[in-house]
Ligand binder design. Sequence first.
Ligand code: FNR
Length: 345
Amino acid sequence: MRIPRKMEHVHHALQLGQSGLNGFDDIKLIHNCLPDTSLERIALQTRIGELTLSSPIIINAMTGGARETEEINRELAIAAREQGLAMAVGSQMAAIKNPEVAASYRIVREMNPNGIVFGNLGSEATLEQALQAVDMLRADGLQIHLNVMQELIMPEGDRVFTGMLERISRIVSEVGVPVMVKEVGFGMARESAEALIAAGVQMIDIGGTGGTNFAAIENARRDSALDWLNDWGMKTSIALLEVLEAARRTGTDRVDVIATGGISNALDVCKALVLGASGVGMAGALLRTLRTQGTEALIRHIETLHDDLRLLMTALGAGTVTALHRVPVVITGENAVWCQARDID
Ligand code: FNR
């Protein structure tokens, strides 16, 4: 039997791994030898849109839609519950088209009745489908993913990308829960973010390169060679700077920005927050721990990320995520050149 596409994604994501070239090496934190903090008073809570999260780390959208993915979602949801993380499911379109597979998504809510859970659909979704996706999970928020390059590389992928903003705008105003628009790992530019903000979007996940690479994954699934697209996109740190600039330029402080793409340690989490992100998403690195070492190891992995983040916040003199936004930072290398070329402050 053919392996379902969802499991192929899991398999190839693990097989190909993460390049780690997420751009954060160019972001230099400045040591503070008079931090005026104490470790036990560090608070990890953050606000994104109307939601309060007890950790800035989000288990980002991965899977659902097939039997084996139900097991993965169950274990991710247990880890999310144990460590108080928000979690998104993978695209629910499979369950909207075939309600028999809805259980593979619902398991996330069953395992974590009181946690923050995001639904997930692509930008082809209608308002009706968005309402169904939210209802399926009693979701606290809905992610809408943008993955144009992945679709174009996928043989069975979409070829028509019209009307995306109009559908997103309608969903944002009528779905009844906060909406986060996210890239899946090609990054987001200032201009796209400005258009989303104008359409009413208040949460953006910049999903940059350096981690799970959907160009490489789709190329690994097909015979023809579009491998020359494997480096397409913007590094996570650069996409983050782009989208934060869009938020500044549109003069709104109501946009919360999430950084995803190759985040695998607390230093990168911390750097993203210092640059101005309100949270970070992690997918591939957490999936790897789960699949290679199991659920207990995943729970310990997240605990260590939290401990390490508290240590860094203590050293930087920032007791909260908001205080991290005020910590000075130096942007060097490719990131600095990019900021200059794109007139980013
Ligand atoms: C994903 N991702 C994803 N995103 C989305 O919005 N809907 C989806 O269905 C999926 N599916 C999916 C499957 C698998 C196996 C992985 C690893 C990832 C993308 C994910 O949310 C994230 O944006 C990228 O993986 C980049 O983050 P990492 O993996 O570099 O931390």
